[in-house]
Structure formats: C-alpha cells, structure tokens
Design a protein around this ligand. Sequence first.
Ligand code: 5GP
Ligand code: 5GP
Length: 237
Amino acid sequence: VSSAAEKFDFFYLVQQWPGSFCDTRQGCCFPDTGKPPADFGIHGMWPNYAKCGRGRQEELATGLLEEDAVAFLSGVGRRGKCWPEYCDDGNALSPWEIRDMVASLDRSWPTLSCKSGRSFEFWSYEWKKHGTCSNLEQHEYFARALALKARYNLTAILAGAGIVPSDTATYSLSSVREAIARGTGATANLECNRDADGNAQLFQVYQCVDREGKKLIDCPLSMPTKCSRDKVKLPVF
Ligand code: 5GP
Ligand code: 5GP
C-alpha cells in the first residue's frame, strides 16, 4: 500500500446516466451482456483529497461560468494533487476475487464504451487507477460501491421528485441537487455533458463517501458542473 493511498480524505462514488452517455455525438455501445437497465450505472469509486493544488484548480476552472468557477475554487488548498491514482500497478483485478458479484456488477456497473463490450475490462481499469489507492481489498472495494448504489437508488430518488427520463422535459439543476440531498441525506456534485444537438444534460452524479467506503458524507469540495445553464435534460435510455 503506497503512502498516497493512506492519505486520501474521501471517495467520490461516481454514477453515470446511460441516456446521457449514449446520446452524445460519440455515442455508446452495449456490453456483451445486453442493454443495461435504465438506471444510473457506476463509473467508479475514486479516492480524493479534500484539498488540492490551487494552481491546477485555477487552470481547470479557466473558461467556466463565473459562478461555477467561484464554487470550484472555494475550499481548495494551496498545494498538492487532487487525488492519488495507480497506487499499485502490480495489483491486477482477479476475476476469482469478485466471482460472487458478477451478476450485480453487470447490472450496476456496465460498460457503455465502444472499446470493448466486456465490463470486466472497465472494472479492471477502475480498480487499477483508483481501487489500488483505496486501502480496500478487491472484494471489499466492489462490494462497498455496490452496497452504496443499492442503498441510495438515484433513479428512484429523482423520480420521487418528479425528475423522470424524458426527451423533451428540462429540469432545474437546483431541483436535482435538492432531491439528491433530501433523498440521500448528503450533498453531491453534478456533472453535465451535451447531447448531439448541444443540449446540456445531467451526465454524472458524484456522491461523497467516507474513507471506509461505507457512509455518505456531504461533499467537502464543489466542482464545475459543466452545465451551460440551470436547465438540464435527463434523456430517455
Ligand atoms: P475527466 O477529465 O473526463 O473529467 O476525467 C478523466 C478521469 O480522471 C476520470 O475518469 C477519473 O479517472 C479521473 N478524475 C477526474 N476527476 C476526478 C476527481 O475529482 N477525483 C478523482 N479521484 N479522479 C478524477
Ligand atoms: P476514466 O474516465 O475513469 O479515467 O476512464 C474511464 C475509462 O474506462 C476510459 O478509458 C473509457 O474508455 C473506459 N470505459 C469503459 N466503459 C466506460 C463507461 O461506461 N463509461 C466511462 N466513462 N468510461 C468507460
């Protein structure tokens, strides 16, 4: 275990909305196991520092909306990287270690990339880049991400607030933010992308999780939403 891994402050549990991954200009491909459910899917669980390099943050914030840039820069420390990654390149994900969770992972952590239809390759990449810095064993890392996702069903939480997939409706970002805070008991960060026509849509939700990967916490950092305006779509998948 590297020293970088021991020092992170919290995880981002990042989930992607498949409708927003797929309707971009780049498009998507379904995994070998078939079309995933119309539900948020896990992208990864990423160890993160609560304070990181101001210079780098300012660079990243350049070109953002004023409001987003201010939110992004607040709470950022003076020195250091924002997260550890690739903490142990010798530690490759073993199919055997996660064999009891494959059906759940296929449902909850499917690949939508066209590089490969094999979700295992996505899980392996996320394990190597982020999981090896988590201080968790392979099985624990995936089991905790799955447990958190199952406990707070974002699709159902949004639906409960009237935020349902639609190709025509738009929703205010603040209503999305509030629904998640109320439904999970913790604030989260949001990220938008654009569909092929350039409309802003909710793409990823970044929930913040304690160092054990067990409990949600309010996010200690805000980040740029990449949403061009307050109204966003949640496209049908
Ligand atoms: P992007 O540049 O597309 O936002 O992110 C590319 C990759 O960098 C992500 O897939 C993830 O591996 C890593 N990354 C981006 N932002 C963060 C972050 O805030 N924390 C961590 N730990 N990794 C990040
Ligand atoms: P990150 O953005 O986490 O550094 O990188 C994600 C990597 O996993 C990229 O190389 C991407 O091609 C691959 N990948 C495979 N499936 C998916 C998926 O469903 N969503 C995303 N965002 N990346 C995926």
